[in-house]
Design a protein around this ligand. Structure first.
Ligand code: NAD
Length: 256
């Protein structure tokens, strides 16, 4: 039984998690660390603005805190380089950094569209490209992208975010195919709404939330831990033959 349990662990592997200062990314870092990984937590926020638990984890000797803006190719390359130098390699990349905005399609300006695609889609691509040489050397290489149920169902007032996540879901499949021969698995998770800073405004709107809850068959919001557990599974050897998949963490939203 020890063998069965150990395939869910990531002992000795190095993970780089983007957008790890708070919310889902911070929880992914905590869960991967708990399963044995050494984790580079990367974010564009200065360390004194991170959630205290994330900052404390990043300061532990076996982990690392990195300054990273995923819209900057030079910073993506540097984050991978620093991870390899400080933690000894790279096995797992989690593309979690993301932004959201809500406005009617006709009121969406070019800057919002461009910025959202730049962070959510191009940012994940830049990080995957930067990580490729290090991942190609790993016997356990895995990328996990943070997509969304909004990649698969149309949500009103959310065009930049929805199309960025739809692009990310498709990029997951394309990279999985292209890098399968290099031993790099590429998967994604697609959560429904989670209680983080990103969703504070809509969660404060009772009418929005009442309508949203009706779409979730299991009748409750997933927790950040539910998302992190799915990411950890996809990153682990338990998912060793899974690539190109988008795993919904949505209480059944996408069954309908
Ligand atoms: P959040 O806003 O609480 O945290 C996002 C983190 O990403 C922040 O720490 C932020 O500083 C960082 N970040 C933003 N832009 C960055 C950049 N250019 N470079 C580096 N870091 C950057 O959001 P969250 O709810 O924790 O979401 C995490 C991921 O999960 C996002 O990709 C989001 O789209 C996705 N997601 C969230 C939900 C939800 O309901 N919260 C649902 C589905 C998918």
């Amino acid at each position: 039984m020890a063998g069965l349990e150990s395939i869910y662990r990531v002992d000795g592997r190095v993970a780089l998690v983007t957008g790890a200062a708070r919310g889902i990314g911070a929880e992914i870092a905590r869960v991967l660390a708990g399963l044995g990984a050494r984790v580079a937590l990367a974010d564009r926020l200065p360390l004194d603005q991170w959630e205290p638990d994330a900052a404390a984890l990043a300061r532990e000797a076996r982990h690392a805190a990195l300054s990273l803006d995923v819209t900057r190719a030079d910073q993506c390359d540097a984050a991978v380089h620093d991870t390899v130098r400080r933690l000894g390699g790279l096995d797992i990349l989690v593309n979690n950094a993301g932004i959201n905005s809500r406005q009617p399609a006709e009121a969406t300006d070019d800057a919002t569209l461009a910025r959202t695609l730049d962070v959510n889609l191009a940012g994940a691509f830049r990080m995957a490209r930067a990580a490729f040489p290090a991942l190609a050397k790993s016997p356990h290489a895995a990328i996990v992208n943070l997509a969304s149920t909004g990649a698969f169902i149309a949500i009103t007032n959310n065009i930049p975010y929805g199309v960025s996540k739809a692009g990310l879901a498709h990029m997951t499949k394309m990279l999985a195919l292209e890098w399968a021969g290099r031993g790099i698995r590429v998967n994604a998770v697609a959560p429904t709404i989670i209680a983080t800073d990103m969703t504070a405004a809509v969660r404060a709107d009772p009418a929005y939330m009442a309508a949203k809850m009706k779409t979730i068959p299991l009748g409750k919001l997933p927790a950040t831990t539910d998302v992190a557990n799915a990411v950890a599974f996809l990153a682990s050897s338990a998912a060793g033959m899974i690539t190109g998949q988008v795993l919904a963490v949505d209480g059944g939203v996408l069954t309908q």
